[in-house]
Ligand binder design. Structure first.
Ligand code: NI
Length: 284
């Protein structure tokens, strides 16, 4: 019985063993399949990518990110505005233009100033300023200085104080309406200034130090040559007029020439502050 039992037990064990060993290959196969699939699996993502570049570009989510990046880069380029600074230790000149704005010549002058990242001061008159407020806006946006050359271009020294103040206030109003702030400087027409003009307007009076007589000769070459031969221009205030084609033409040569000579083109107020170290005071 013992032998029979042990024989049966052996048989059962043998059968169990066989059953186990039969299932092992299955596991091994599965594992083998898994293992062999595993190395293939990683290439799969890269292989289709390489094989189907069209599919990739078609289904490409890249376009949105790309366009976003391009958009950002574009915006950054647009925002990259030139920031003008004044070097107090470097030579500087103030170009000043009277009697405008002029619908053509003011823009031509502003174009060349803008090209060379430069500014000037414009002493405007009321009868022109009220016609072209958009030119005043452009000047202000460029950092140019807008100043008062009176409303009617009369000889201010012959006006009573009340008429004098009324005249100056009229130009102030036009400029304030256009750009938000009123001028603080005046240049009396013909340079004619009596005691009231000099000391009783509540504004600072500014004239000039170099006068190429552009209004008289109306000759671009003359104006250009006059300024080029005026010697050291450091700290000078040059008188010009923005209502003459010849003056606008002269600026096409003079502005680049002045820059090439090492001059900074600044406003009158900047010249006063950075060159003379002073701020304009009212009634001076
Ligand atoms: Ni004038």
């Amino acid at each position: 019985m013992k032998r029979l039992f042990s024989a049966l037990l052996s048989l059962v064990l043998l059968l169990t063993l066989c059953a186990c060993s039969a299932s092992v290959p299955n596991d091994t196969d599965t594992q083998a399949t898994d293992i062999s699939a595993a190395p293939v699996a990683p290439p799969i993502p890269s292989t289709p990518t390489a094989q189907d570049p069209q599919k990739e570009s078609l289904s490409a989510p890249p376009p949105p990110p790309d366009s976003t990046i391009i958009g950002e880069a574009h915006v950054e380029t647009e925002e990259e505005e030139y920031v003008r600074t004044v070097d107090p230790s470097a030579p500087m000149v103030a170009l000043t233009f009277d009697d405008g704005p002029h619908k053509v010549y003011s823009h031509q002058i502003l174009d060349v100033l803008e090209e060379y990242h430069s500014v000037a001061t414009f002493f405007e008159v009321g009868y022109n300023a009220r016609l072209y407020p958009e030119i005043l806006v452009r000047m202000a946006e460029m950092g140019c200085e807008i100043a008062n050359h009176s409303n009617t271009h009369r000889d201010l020294s012959k006006l009573g104080k009340r008429d004098l103040l009324t005249d100056l206030a009229a130009l102030d109003d036009i400029v304030r309406d256009a750009v938000g702030t009123a001028p603080t400087l005046i240049r009396p027409p013909y340079g004619a200034a009596d005691k009231a003009v000099k000391y009783e307007t509540g504004r600072a009076v500014i004239t000039w130090t170099i006068d190429p007589l552009d209004w008289k000769y109306k000759d671009a070459e003359y104006v250009t040559s006059y300024i080029q031969n005026a010697g050291n221009l450091d700290g000078e205030i040059i008188l010009l007029h923005s209502i003459h084609a010849s003056t606008a033409e002269a600026m096409q040569t003079l502005v680049p020439w002045l820059i090439e000579q090492g001059y900074q083109l600044v406003t009158v107020s900047e010249l006063m502050a950075y060159y003379y170290g002073e701020l304009f005071e009212a009634n001076h």
